[in-house]
Design a protein around this ligand. Structure first.
Ligand code: F6P
Length: 506
């Protein structure tokens, strides 16, 4: 956790940097466009348009080292119980790489390999059974990451399976999903680490009735007893474990539906990409470490420049789900206001993360990004080689990515205030050579590790999510009233009671 002195120095750097516009900093620093860029495998990063000078960046990097980040990374990979409020290890890295030196981390890696083998044999079984459709029921981390990976990569290799994701408990969503499906040729996967998530259980109960029998009902869970109690055969359960957080579980059997869509070879390549990012994160020196650059700049924008919002804007429709996935990874992890030891945080923590695919967004919220009162630092993500055969379209997309990043940073004067672009709006550009499973694995692991580093700077636990519990508990107590029980004025909040009366028309 950074000390008051670290924060004091960061503020002083920020005060100095604010006296110059981004474009002036770029002009003043020789070769800034190159010096503030890094390449790693198929990824390229350009940080030159962040509102920070080279001295400040170098100092923050040294402070990060001095704060003990290397030992903290080792503790993560070795499976120490760093999730204090839940007393758990955090070993999603063991799902894709083998860098943990403890027996625990090695055993976790072996279990993960075993689950991959189980998935492989289940794929053969599904083929043999003539299954055509898969419904994957899950929410939060049991939905967003797998859906992103499927959207990004499906179609690269032909698959006999069509995959449908079902997350919300909204019955219309369920009805629409199954309307065109044949229950005799469909397998249903209930994906829930806890097997206690009401949305998944409500949808699961309907689908259990809809299937001809429970032989094609499967669970992916860390709580197999609850799945068995639900009526799923023990042979139809794929494991995940206590030591994988939901929002970090995309590397596990939680992605089984995605594996059915993209094929196991692609999924293994995706894991290898993440493993390369793991190795880089552990081994690269701080000034070459793209995870540390990314994390420090995010903290800088939050605590030095005081920007409350940040954005992720992919210029590739296949990555349209990336902002949704990263919202959970970032905001569920860093949306905390007490430190690991329970003291109030003295610094602002998670920004609000927003985002959507770039080209359509230019015609909706980019007006705000260009001329609105607030400044929103952006990560632009581009893919250099397209995955299609329309070169004109692709050139247009890339030109627009470049144009937005440039115009946001440099702005443009005008005698007419309505036509003035203030500029000085920071961004990072990340380029993927091609949208391969490997590059996607690297990119997603980068953001996970960045969140970890940010949490260590702020001294918060990135791996619990107590904030989601209260609403769930209250919903459980309100269910009987929504179902028609007499309203109990003694127990009900008066506004909730008025709303219930309106809903129930009484
Ligand atoms: O309610 C939040 C949450 O616990 C997320 O952290 C998690 O990804 C999601 O619900 C789903 O949880 P589960 O996989 O246990 O159903």
């Amino acid at each position: 956790m950074w000390t008051p002195q670290d924060w004091q120095v960061l503020s002083e750097h920020a005060a100095r940097c604010r006296t110059q516009a981004i474009s002036q900093i770029i002009d003043a620093e020789p070769d800034r466009a190159q010096r503030f860029s890094r390449s790693l495998g198929p990824l390229y990063f350009n940080f030159a348009r962040q509102h920070i000078d080279a001295d400040a960046m170098a100092d923050l990097q040294q402070r990060l080292l001095a704060s003990g980040i290397e030992a903290q990374i080792k503790a993560l990979f070795d499976g120490e119980r760093i999730n204090g409020s839940e007393d758990r290890s955090v070993m999603h890295t063991a799902l894709r790489s083998d860098f943990g030196t403890s027996d625990l981390a090695r055993a976790a890696h072996r279990s993960a390999q075993g689950a991959l083998a189980q998935m492989e044999s289940l794929i053969s079984h599904f083929r043999a059974q003539g299954i055509t459709d898969i419904v994957s029921v899950g929410i939060g981390g049991s939905d967003l990451g797998p859906r992103l990976v499927m959207d990004a990569l499906a179609g690269d290799t032909p698959s006999p399976f069509t995959v449908h994701f079902l997350s919300s408990a909204d019955g219309m969503y369920l009805d629409r999903t199954i309307a065109s499906l044949d229950p005799a040729r469909t397998a249903v996967l209930l994906v829930s680490k806890s097997f206690n998530t009401q949305e998944t259980l409500i949808n699961g109960a309907v689908l259990k009735q809809w299937l001809p029998d429970s032989s094609r009902l499967y669970a992916i869970t860390a709580n197999s007893q609850r799945a068995v109690d639900f009526g799923i055969s023990a042979d139809n359960i794929l494991p995940i474990w206590d030591w994988v957080g939901g929002r970090f579980s995309v590397w596990s059997a939680v992605s089984f539906a995605t594996v059915l869509a993209i094929g196991m070879p692609s999924f293994r390549e995706f894991l290898q990409g993440a493993a390369e990012m793991d190795a880089h994160f552990m081994q690269a020196p701080v000034d070459d470490n793209v995870v540390m650059w990314q994390a420090l700049l995010s903290v800088w924008n939050r605590n030095g420049m005081h920007y409350p919002t940040q954005a992720i804007i992919p210029y590739d429709e296949r990555l349209a789900m990336l902002p949704d996935h990263l919202q959970q990874v970032l905001m569920e992890s860093l949306g905390k206001s007490v430190t690991e030891s329970g003291e109030p945080c003295l610094q602002a923590t998670s920004p609000v993360l927003m985002g959507a695919s770039g080209n359509p967004s230019q015609h909706s919220f980019f007006q705000y990004l260009q001329q609105g009162i607030g400044t929103v630092p952006i990560d632009f993500i581009g893919v250099v080689a397209s995955g299609h055969c329309q070169p004109q379209n692709h050139h247009f997309i890339l030109a627009n990515l470049l144009a937005q990043a440039q115009s946001l940073a440099n702005g443009q004067g005008s005698a007419d205030p309505h036509k003035r672009y203030p500029g000085n709006r920071p961004s990072t550009v990340i380029l993927l050579e091609k949208l391969t499973p490997y590059a996607l694995g690297m990119l997603m692991a980068l953001y996970e590790h960045s969140v970890f580093v940010q949490s260590k700077i702020w001294g918060i636990n990135a791996f619990d999510q107590w904030g989601v519990e209260l609403g769930k508990q209250i919903a459980t107590t309100l269910m009987p009233y929504v179902e028609g029980n007499a309203l109990d004025a003694e127990r009900l909040d008066p506004v909730t009671q008025a709303l219930l009366q309106q809903m129930l028309n009484r």
